[in-house]
Design a protein around this ligand. Structure first.
Ligand SMILES: [Fe+2]
Length: 161
């Protein structure tokens, strides 16, 4: 994402690193909001085996993804930046294939979610390993990737029958 004009702050993180962190956090803000939405899409539309278990499993995933979105957006602002959380920005920047609207079985939804939770977990890990963001942002990303790994495990364990 392109450089922003930053608000002044006494935060001493150098400007280049603040710009890198803000850009990364805005990317993940989009990705996490998009994944939160498609998690609800699955929660609402799935049918069949293990319905109630999977339906109820997905709500805490959605809530945590929204919590992380809020944490990322607030971190952007703490660094002097602007959080981009509007629908057109999410549509333009979230790194997901469109979620299918014509799948119904719990298995098909879990497979669609598996692909997306796995991809996002790996993208977060890649950003951590790149070490371009400031240490506090990296700290958030590390905790967020632990959550994504846990949810991927829950999804994969449901599929392993
Ligand atoms: Fe619900």
């Amino acid at each position: 994402m392109k450089k922003q004009t930053l608000h002044s702050t006494l935060n001493q993180t150098d400007e280049k690193q603040r710009q890198e962190s803000i850009s990364l956090l805005n990317q993940f803000l989009s990705d996490f909001l998009a994944l939160a939405l498609v998690t609800k899409q699955a929660h609402w539309n799935m049918r069949g085996a293990n319905f109630i278990a999977v339906h109820e499993m997905l709500d805490p995933f959605n809530e945590k993804l929204l919590e992380w979105s809020d944490t990322f957006a607030e971190r952007i602002v703490q660094l002097g930046g602007t959080a981009y959380g509007t629908p057109p920005v999410i549509v333009e920047t979230a790194r997901f294939k469109p979620y299918p609207l014509d799948i119904y079985t719990t298995r098909d939804h879990l497979n669609a979610l598996k692909e997306r939770y796995g991809a996002l977990g790996n993208a977060v890990r890649e950003a951590i390993e790149d070490e371009k963001a400031d240490p506090d942002t990296i700290d958030y990303l590390t905790s967020a990737s632990e959550d994504l790994d846990k949810y991927l495990w829950f999804i994969e364990a449901h599929l392993d029958d």
